[in-house]
Design a protein around this ligand. Structure first.
Ligand code: PLP
Length: 364
């Protein structure tokens, strides 16, 4: 008998979300972002759902190498580029595309002779002030890179700091335009928020991440209204039921005190599984497909819910923490975070199962 907690990955939903990307940004190349172990879904597990992408983007060189070991043959882009010069021969051998965001990386490329030249994405700092070259430097960086024998082709790239805000595009787009003026290379601008606003953003190569996994990149639009389907459903079951009376507290620290008599369901899932400990009382949890509110502080292995609205609930009743029927974004906002963080944080002890079918509660 296994602990009744698992993450179910719906590959069909991933395919459908990729089709949404294609609808939003027709005629562009799609590099599906699979950094952080495919946002916690499992890099190799999601690959069948991303057949339709033109390539993949990662941050971790080991992930890129794993993709090539698995005979993934399309483009693989390293979003932070190489970290040390000794990585470059392997990048060349495995045909990896690299971001170049820093003067040190340019110097390294100028000084290195590779068995095969690389595709390079020059990153422009268009206001995020994290990685990238200031607009005034970009033309010179491109000139140096085109004359380096280690560079096969150039692309221009930027990342929006505020693509999820109404007025968050114009200034960054203007900065990018200034940087790229007269440069004839293909351009990559859009993350998920930018893909959804593709009409304003444009570009030749898009880099969606979160929308592929069926969560929203925008605070003002739900995944459902964007036509996205959840890929991960975190499922569990009730392993205990308590009756509480008025004045009684539930869990550590007495963070919830009952004001009336009701039943409390105990769910086999806690922060040791990646559930956010900061989720507040009332955070939605589905029990038997109905919304029940979290009561008390989630502990390492368990959390507790008010069963007032679910009279049929009993030990063994199915629970959804997020996913089908309960957007991860709703849980995230009740814990003052974003869906990205919850998806990435599912703990190693949680088993994963893959399904092609939506809505199937697979028993372990
Ligand atoms: C993570 C990342 C993306 C994807 O962002 P989403 O908001 O998940 O779509 C795109 N580009 C870069 C450079 C990234 O680091």
């Amino acid at each position: 008998m296994a602990r009744p907690l698992y993450a179910q990955i719906n590959v069909a939903a991933l395919r459908a979300n990729l089709a949404r990307v294609r609808e939003q940004a027709p005629g562009t190349q799609v590099l599906a972002v699979v950094k952080a172990n495919a946002y916690g879904h499992g890099l190799l597990r999601v690959l069948p759902g991303l057949d339709g992408a033109d390539g993949l983007a990662v941050v971790e060189p080991e992930a890129a190498h794993l993709l090539r070991d698995q005979r993934y043959s399309r483009r693989v882009l390293l979003l932070e580029g190489f970290f040390t010069p000794d990585e470059l021969p392997e990048f060349a051998r495995r045909r990896l595309a690299t971001v170049v965001h820093d003067e040190e990386q340019v110097r390294t490329l100028e000084a290195t002779v590779l068995e095969r030249p690389l595709e390079v994405f020059v990153k422009v700092n268009a206001g995020m002030n994290r990685l990238g070259f200031r607009p005034g430097k970009v033309a010179d960086v491109c000139r140096r890179l085109t004359s380096s024998p280690s560079v096969a082709a150039l692309r221009l790239m930027m990342h929006f700091a505020r693509a999820d805000e109404d007025d968050g595009l114009a200034e960054a787009l203007a900065e990018f335009e200034r940087a790229c003026k007269g440069l004839p290379y293909p351009r990559s601008l859009a993350n998920s928020a930018g893909v959804i606003r593709y009409g304003e953003v444009g570009g030749d190569v898009v880099r969606p991440g979160i929308m592929l996994y069926g969560a929203t990149p925008l605070p003002y639009a739900s995944a459902e209204t964007l036509g996205l389907r959840p890929v991960m459903t975190l499922r569990s079951a009730l392993i205990g039921v308590q009756d509480v009376r008025p004045g009684e507290a539930v869990g550590y620290g007495g963070a919830y005190v009952a004001t009336r008599s009701h039943r409390v369901g105990v769910v086999a899932c806690g922060y040791g599984d990646g559930y956010p400990r900061h989720a507040v009382n009332g955070t939605p949890v589905l029990v038997c497909g109905k919304k029940a509110g979290l009561v008390g502080r989630p502990s390492m292995d368990m959390l507790t819910v008010d069963l007032s609205e679910v009279p049929e609930a009993a030990v063994g009743s199915p629970v959804v923490l997020w996913g089908e029927g309960l957007p991860v974004d709703e849980v995230a906002s009740a814990a003052a975070t974003v869906g990205y963080e919850l998806l990435c944080a599912v703990a190693p002890r949680v088993p994963f199962v893959t399904s092609e079918l939506a809505g199937v509660d697979l028993a372990l």
